[in-house]
Design a binder for this molecule. Structure first.
Ligand code: ATP
Length: 230
C-alpha cells in the first residue's frame, strides 16, 4: 500500500542528512512501529510518508500512485480520503468547539464524494445524510476515546492527554485506510495510553486500517506486528 523509494532528507544550510536513501514497504493492513532515539528522524519520515513534507530526493507511492507526480489539489484530496495523521503536538482551531474541530477534516472528503455524484437533488439529500452520518461517527469516536459529552467544550478547556485523544478521533473521522501516528501515547498516563493503543489496534484488526506509529516507548512498539528501528 505504501512504499518509500530511496528517500533522502537533508535539512538546513549545514546540510544535515537525517534520512539517507531509505527504502520501506508497508502492506495494506499492517501495524508497524517506527522506533529509534530522539532526533533520529521518525517525525520526518512520517511527514514524508503522509505527503506533508516533500523529501530532498526519493519517491513515495501510495496504492500504486507516485505522490511526487500529482498536483497539489489531487494530493489534498488523497490525504483527506486516505490518510489520517496524529501529530506529536496536536493543534486545534481555538474558537471552534471539539465537535466542530472533529468535523473540519470531513469537509474536503464530503466535497469529493458529492462531486462524483450526478443528480443534484439526490445530491442535496445525500449531503444532509452524509453530514448526519459524520456527526454520528464523531460522537461514536468521542465515546471510544473516553470523551463522550465533551463535544461542545473548547479545546483550551481540555488537558494535554484529552487533546491527544481528540486528535486520534479527528485522525479517524474520515475512515482513512492509512493512519500515521507520531507518539500517540506521548502525553498520556499508562492506562489511558494502553486504551488508546487498544482502540487503534482494533481499527487495524477489524477495519483493516494500516497503522504506522512512531514511538520511543518499547511497550507501545511491542504492540505492533513489525518494528522498524531508525
Ligand atoms: N524543519 C527542520 N529544519 C531543520 N532541522 C530539522 C527540521 N525538522 C527536523 N529537523 C532535525 O532533524 C532531526 C530529526 O528530527 P525528527 O523530529 O524527525 O526526529 P524524531 O526522531 O521524530 O525526534 P523525537 O523522538 O525527539 O520527536 C533532528 O535533529 C531535528 O533537529
Amino acid at each position: 500500500m505504501l512504499e518509500a523509494r530511496q528517500i533522502t532528507q537533508i535539512y538546513g544550510k549545514q546540510e544535515r542528512i537525517v534520512l539517507d536513501h531509505l527504502d520501506l514497504r508497508i502492506g495494506s493492513g499492517e501495524f508497524v512501529a517506527i522506533t529509534g532515539p530522539s532526533g533520529c528522524g521518525k517525525t520526518t519520515l512520517l511527514c514524508i510518508l503522509g505527503s506533508l513534507l516533500r523529501p530532498t530526493s526519493g519517491e513515495v507511492w501510495i496504492d500504486g500512485q507516485c505522490l511526487t507526480e500529482i498536483s497539489a489539489q489531487e494530493l489534498a484530496y488523497l490525504r483527506a480520503e486516505k490518510i489520517g495523521f496524529v501529530f506529536q503536538f496536536p493543534a486545534f482551531l481555538p474558537t471552534l468547539n471539539i465537535m466542530e474541530n472533529l468535523l473540519l477534516p470531513t469537509a474536503l472528503a464530503l466535497k469529493k464524494a458529492h462531486q462524483s455524484r450526478n443528480n443534484e437533488e439526490k445530491s442535496l439529500e445525500q449531503q444532509r445524510l452524509d453530514q448526519e452520518e459524520v456527526h454520528y461517527r464523531a460522537l461514536v469516536l468521542l465515546e471510544q476515546v473516553g470523551l463522550a459529552g465533551r463535544e461542545k467544550d473548547l479545546p483550551s478547556t481540555l488537558s494535554g492527554g484529552e487533546q491527544r485523544r481528540v486528535a486520534v478521533a479527528r485522525a479517524l473521522i474520515n475512515r482513512p485506510r492509512l493512519l500515521l501516528a507520531d507518539e500517540p501515547t506521548g502525553a498520556l498516563d499508562q492506562e489511558t495510553g494502553e486504551h488508546l493503543i487498544d482502540l487503534l489496534a482494533q481499527w487495524n484488526e477489524k477495519e483493516g486500517l494500516t497503522l504506522v506509529m512512531a514511538t520511543h516507548d518499547h511497550s507501545v512498539a511491542r504492540r505492533a506486528r513489525r518494528q522498524i528501528c531508525l
